[in-house]
Design a protein around this ligand. Structure first.
Ligand SMILES: Cc1ncc(C[n+]2csc(CCOP(=O)(O)OP(=O)(O)O)c2C)c(N)n1
Ligand SMILES: [Mg+2]
Length: 667
């Protein structure tokens, strides 16, 4: 392309972002000014993306990990022609616009993932690249169809965040040669020079992981182009292109932290226009020749997609087995009798809910080929392995595996799972101890924000862990994750609830689920003949009814405390107290139920007791004021779990006594 036109294309992106930020009087102009050259050359020369079909499966994915540079992404999407009109750019960061402060997946077409918390996009891209490799490996002679790449733009902040270290290590370990990141190396962050807080050689670091590292001038289109060509030709390693750039390039604030996150101001914008040879008028200017460049790009990409669709159709005819696999992965719905089938896998069995979950996973994996997952080095404890399936490893054979070993990298595990779900067709799950949700929470929150159906298999879900002690005993964690909007926590009590929990998670399209599972074995729960497992989907139900016409007390329990509540209820009969036990495997589902059902299960005039081996306070919000809360509002301790049970007040005798005394004191 003619250099002058190319410069105009790059400047168009720069000034669309700058003008949007000025109009909003809010935003981050520094990175769009510095990184537009890399973004333009990548999109124009290489990215396979048809804006008329932004969800096309075979497209390359572009991840803007440094989401604060959203103005640049919106400028790209406008020019590309996804239907993000100039009016949307003019409404940057305003109520109801499709150009929010940071890019939000599902809101703006072409935004592949929600970014803003630095480092997350980096790790999402690793998940997406893995997703593409996993599908290519399964589709026999169609592998070439799934050679899509993942490109990303990452920044100093991404490099500092620990999650990128974890994800970079895995990307190289898996040999994701379909992953290409540009590092906008401007050596500036909010507080000033990068040197205030970082002095390592990032390139050497990435070389150490095993990435293919190139160092270029990130403002020079020809260097960018040639680095991209080499990156795309690399066939073993992920690529890291370090582009030296200048934050706020072309502005009077060039190279200064002051242009990171505030509008330049009218005077500085005018000076920038003059320096880069851009007209003062009009604002939001897209020159005709630039429009033409993007039109040609659109036509080219439209053809690329069409050709891909034709090749896909032809391949499915030529390779019926591969085609069937592709359809099973992408089109198949879970069987309508999934719940019944999962129950059959564990019916009548007792044990730790983690072990029962392990059994259910085997059946679920047979029924749902897109189910894939693993653990952060705790698979033997989390029971997350799919037996008979290989471990995911690099290379076409390795990517046929279905068990992912994330290593001890919980944060990246959660963000990579988001990437797998975003790319599709995968339905990922990942596991560790519940206490370590603290290491994953930022990515879990983003899964909820994006509505991704990721399942977290979180075992060792209370102080009943025992000897490992307070560091490994979750106390506040159930509620910490329940407070994430858009995420559900399922804490099953026995085999049938474990099966139902998996069914709820696997049939959901847009909600992530935590499965909180016990380490310790649990007794069988006997239910009334009228019990229908579909009741579990309502979040709570009567698991042990009162003997008389109405209960004196309703005891609500979750997970491993349900059998305890039932045992205490039996003891209370001797005290003349006729209790009802409600199992509440999912607070969120129960709260979604109509008032009538909630009233039926937990009548509001009846005193209630909550029993859960964790903090108690939030239960008052669920059950109201006249409630006895039995839980643990302190850290646990290191001792055999039978001793802890006694010391912390979780025997049936202790629970029954507390309830009886409470009723007595209430008169
Ligand atoms: C996890 C996280 N922590 C903090 C922030 C706030 N933040 C946004 S941008 C930024 C500095 C980023 O510097 P850099 O990545 O170099 O971007 P540049 O200033 O070069 O545009 C910070 C601290 C964030 N977005 N995410
Ligand atoms: Mg920077």
């Amino acid at each position: 392309m003619d250099r002058a036109i190319e410069d105009r294309c790059i400047n168009t992106l720069r000034f669309l972002a700058v003008d949007a930020i000025e109009k909003a009087n809010s935003g981050h102009p520094g990175m769009p000014l510095g990184a537009s050259a890399m973004a333009f050359v990548l999109w124009h020369d290489v990215l396979r993306f048809d804006p008329t079909s932004p969800g096309w499966f075979g497209r390359d994915r572009f991840v803007l990990s440094s989401g604060h540079a959203s103005g640049l992404l919106y400028a790209l999407l406008h020019c590309a022609g996804v239907g993000l009109e100039l009016d949307e750019l003019k409404a940057f960061r305003q109520w109801g616009s499709r150009t929010p402060g940071h890019p939000e997946h599902g809101l703006t077409p072409g935004v592949e993932t929600t970014t803003g918390p630095l480092g997350q996009g980096f790790a999402n891209g690793v998940g997406m690249a893995l997703a593409a490799k996993l599908i290519a490996a399964r589709c026999g002679s169609g592998a070439d169809l799934f050679g899509q790449r993942v490109f990303g733009l990452v920044s100093d902040g991404d490099m500092m965040e620990g999650i990128s270290h974890e994800a970079a290590s895995l990307a190289a370990h898996w040999g994701l040669d379909n992953l290409v990141y540009f590092y906008d190396s401007n050596a500036i962050t909010i507080e000033g020079d990068l040197g205030l807080a970082m002095s390592e050689d990032v390139g050497a670091r990435f070389e150490g992981y095993g990435w293919f590292v190139q160092r270029i001038d990130g403002l020079e289109p020809d260097q960018i182009r040639s680095a991209l060509t080499k990156a795309c030709a690399e066939s073993e390693r992920p690529s890291f292109i370090i582009g030296r750039t200048k934050i706020g390039y072309g502005s009077p604030k060039e190279g200064k932290a002051s242009c990171h996150g505030s509008p330049l101001g009218a005077e500085a914008v005018a000076a920038t226009r003059e320096r880069l040879g851009w007209p003062t008028d009009p604002t939001f200017f897209v020159p005709d020749d630039v429009v033409g460049v993007w039109r040609a790009w659109r036509e080219r990409n439209g053809r690329v997609r069409q050709e891909w669709e034709e090749r896909l159709a032809a391949w499915q005819k030529d390779d019926p087995e591969g085609g069937a696999m592709w359809r099973a992965l992408t089109e198949a719905e879970p069987p309508p009798d999934l719940l019944a089938q999962l129950i059959t896998a564990v019916e009548g069995e007792k044990g730790a809910t983690r072990a029962l979950s392990g059994r259910v996973i085997q059946r679920a994996a047979e029924l749902i080929p897109s189910m894939i997952g693993g653990s952060a080095d705790l698979a033997p404890s989390n029971k997350t392995m799919i037996s008979g399936e290989a471990s995911v490893a690099s290379g076409p054979e390795g990517f046929k595996g279905r068990n992912i070993h994330f290593g001890i990298r919980e944060h990246a595990m959660a963000a990579i799972s988001n990437g797998l779900a975003l790319h599709g067709p995968w339905r990922p799950y990942c596991g560790t101890f519940l206490v370590f949700t603290d290491y994953m929470r930022p990515s879990m929150r983003l899964a909820a924000l994006m509505g991704l159906p990721v399942t977290y298999v979180m075992t060792h879900d209370s102080f009943f862990v025992g000897e490992d002690g307070p560091t490994h005993q979750p106390v506040e964690h159930l509620w910490a994750v329940r407070t994430i909007p858009g995420l559900r926590v399922l804490r099953p009590a026995d085999a049938v609830e474990v099966a139902a929990s998996w069914e709820i998670a696997l049939t959901s399209r847009d909600v992530p689920h935590v499965l909180a599972l016990s380490r310790q074995g649990l007794p069988l729960i006997e239910r009334p003949a009228s019990f229908d497992p579909a009741q579990i989907r309502r979040g709570a139900y009567v698991v042990a009814p009162e003997k008389g016409p109405s209960p004196d007390v309703v005891i609500v329990a979750t997970g491993s405390e349900v059998w305890l509540a039932i045992a205490a209820k039996e003891l209370l009969v001797e005290e003349g107290i006729d209790g009802r036990v409600v199992s509440m495997p999912c607070v969120e589902l129960f709260e979604d139920e109509a008032d009538a059902y909630r009233e039926e299960v937990i009548p509001s005039r009846t005193p209630t007791v909550a029993i859960e081996a964790g903090i108690t306070g939030p239960w008052r919000g669920v059950l109201g004021r006249d409630t006895l809360l039995i839980g643990l509002d302190r850290y646990g301790a290191s001792a055999p779990s039978s001793v802890l049970c006694e010391k912390l007040g979780f025997t049936a005798d202790q629970v029954a006594r507390r309830i009886a005394e409470w009723r007595k004191s209430a008169g």
